[in-house]
Structure formats: C-alpha cells, structure tokens
Design a protein around this ligand. Structure first.
Ligand code: KDG
Length: 338
C-alpha cells in the first residue's frame, strides 16, 4: 500500500510538474502569423508538404502559430524569397539549394553532377553531420536552415530531339537553374545553357525562348511541362534537394519553445514529403507517357561519357566549396547505405 501511495504522490508531483512545464511552454508561444513561400503550385509535392508543415505547426502550438502558405512563386522566385528572408520581410520558405550558392557557396556541393546514386545515400548525407555543416553556413548570411526536403533526381526534356548520346545536346537551348555548376555542366555537354528562375520556365518553354529544361519527374508532371515538351530523356544526372529556411532576424526573436515546434514540424514534413515524392515519382513515367511525351532512357555507356565530360564542372564545385568539404561529402557517401 505504502509503495502505491509513494508512486501516486510521485505521479501527482510529476503530473503537476508536467502541467507547469506545459503551461510555461504555452506561455512561451505568442500568437504569430508566418508567411511560408514556395515556387511550385499547391497541387505539387512541394505544395502538399508546405500544407503539412503548416498543419503541424498549428497543431503543436494550439493554433497560436498560424502559417499562411503562398505557392506558385506568388511571393517571388526562390532567390527573391531568399532575399526577403534575409531582410526580415518574410518569415519562411522552401526552395532550391542551387539558388543559395550566391548566399553560401558551400551549398554548391549538392549541385555536383552524379553525386548521389540513390535517395538512401542522399538522405544519409543530407541529414548527417556534413549536411548540417552546410546548412549552418547559412546562419551568418541571415538564414536558418531547418530541413532538407526532396526535389529529386533530375531528367531532361526538350522539343528538338531525344537525347540518346552526348552529341544530341548540341544546339539545344537548355534552361538551367541560375547556378554556376549547372551552367558549367550543360555547357560541357554541348548545350546552350540558359539560366532562368523557375517562375519564368513554363512561359520560356511555351514561347520557345528555350528548347528544353531539366527537372525531376514530379515537377514535369505538376508543372504540366508535358504540354510544351515533346521528349523526356532519363539521365538522373543530379539529385536536387530543397531546403526549408527561416529568416534569422525573425527566428532569433522566437522563444526556444517556438523554435523547437517549427524545427520539429519541418522535419516531420521532410519525412512525409520524401515518401510522397518517391511514391509519386514511381507512377510518374507512365503518366508522362500518357500525356504524350516520348521517353527514352539514356544507356549506362552514354551516362558514363556524360560523367567524364562533366568532370570540369566537378572541379568548379571543388574550387567553390573547397577540397575539405568536398572530400567530407564523398566520405559520407562512402559510409551511406546503398
Ligand atoms: O520554387 C521551385 C524551385 O524551388 C525548384 O523547383 C527549383 O528545381 C528547381 C528549378 O528547376 O528551378
């Protein structure tokens, strides 16, 4: 009997302590409106994950932290939003790591052609120490990196010809992300690389200002590129992460409780987004074909030729991020599960 009473007393004390902490935590959360911007449309994998993040933050803060999501680049292109966060004019966003290279050059390591061979490798490296180190480089520039989401392995579309061998790139005006490594990579392949923000891409394809582009299957579907593109050539030439970031100026004004809620929600949404993106990608090729695109898979021999040809672009990455960081990423890849 005595043991039960002691246990009951301890539980009551513990219970009231938890209540007190929870109450304290609740006091630590102020009513806030958070603007979360992204570039794809709300029906995309990026849009679905943004909605989930908003729900998770609202739930964990008992509705005090409200997130308004703004899709289709309605708050601006990735680099415009990144500048808005650094200036404190917007609170949060998700966008490409590739457009952050001008902010923190370490981000260029993720643009290395053929860096990852699988999503498992990517998850292991991005969510590990070296992924965190690259993310931390954003802080002194006014951004807080919260989680890497999956954009995915990138493939080529164009209206000129199927790309079956490297020479087929010749003369193709290929839109690339505004990023030195992407420009270098496709110049090396023989394409005419044209850097453009994502928000201008569909119109550029529709008006034939460019012949082609490269993006994961999910984006080709959700952005309806099949309406303005004829050929899809499967290369998986680079794995692109997205990154969820917050304005450091805003972030530093949050309580630890609020920061923990937001960080945890970004990680919860990350895990769900990766699952959702991979499930959608598995079905994507069939759907892209149904929409009339002609699909070809580039042979391993030709992929090897492209790898060789891309080596100067890899040197651009090493020159940009430094050999130590590049080697640290390579070492993490070696340790990653296949
Ligand atoms: O906002 C959309 C971009 O974050 C993303 O999709 C980047 O892959 C990208 C591209 O091609 O610009």
């Amino acid at each position: 009997m005595k043991r039960f009473l002691i246990a009951a007393l301890a539980a009551t004390t513990l219970g009231s302590a938890i209540t007190a902490v929870t109450a304290q935590a609740a006091d630590d959360i102020r009513p806030r409106m958070i603007r979360f911007g992204y570039g794809l449309n709300e029906d995309s994998n990026q849009g679905r994950a943004a909605k989930l993040l908003a729900e998770e933050i609202k739930k964990a803060s008992d509705g005090k932290l409200k997130v308004r999501t703004f899709g289709s680049a309605s708050l601006g292109s990735d680099d415009q939003m990144q500048n808005a966060l650094m200036g404190g004019a917007q609170e949060m966003m998700v966008g490409s790591t590739a457009t952050l290279v001008g902010v923190a050059e370490e981000m260029a390591v993720w643009d290395t052609p053929f860096l990852f061979e699988s999503e498992k490798q990517a998850d292991y490296v991005l969510d590990g120490p070296v992924g965190q180190k690259v993310m931390d480089a954003l802080e002194e520039k006014g951004l807080v990196g919260l989680a890497y989401w999956e954009n995915g392995f990138r493939n080529l579309t164009n209206n000129v010809r199927p790309v079956e061998k490297m020479e087929d790139f010749d003369g193709i005006k290929l839109r690339v992300m505004p990023n030195p490594v992407f420009i270098d990579t496709f110049k090396q392949m023989g394409a005419n690389a044209v850097p453009l923000p994502f928000s201008e891409l569909f119109t550029a394809l529709e008006t034939k200002a460019v012949d082609g582009q490269e993006n994961p299957y999910n984006t080709i579907l959700s952005s309806k590129f099949y309406e303005v593109q004829k050929y899809l050539s499967v290369t998986n030439h680079v794995y692109s992460p997205w990154i969820v970031t917050a304005s450091k100026r805003w972030w530093d004004g949050l309580s630890k409780t609020e920061q923990e809620i937001i960080r945890k929600a970004a990680e919860t949404a990350r895990d769900a987004e990766r699952e959702d993106t991979r499930a959608e990608a598995r079905e994507a090729l069939a759907k892209i074909k149904e929409h009339g695109m002609e699909v070809n898979k580039v042979s391993p021999e030709e992929i090897q030729r492209m790898r060789e040809q891309a080596k100067p672009a890899i040197q651009t990455v090493i020159d940009t991020v430094g050999e130590p960081l590049f080697n640290e990423v390579q070492a993490a890849i070696e340790k990653a599960p296949k």
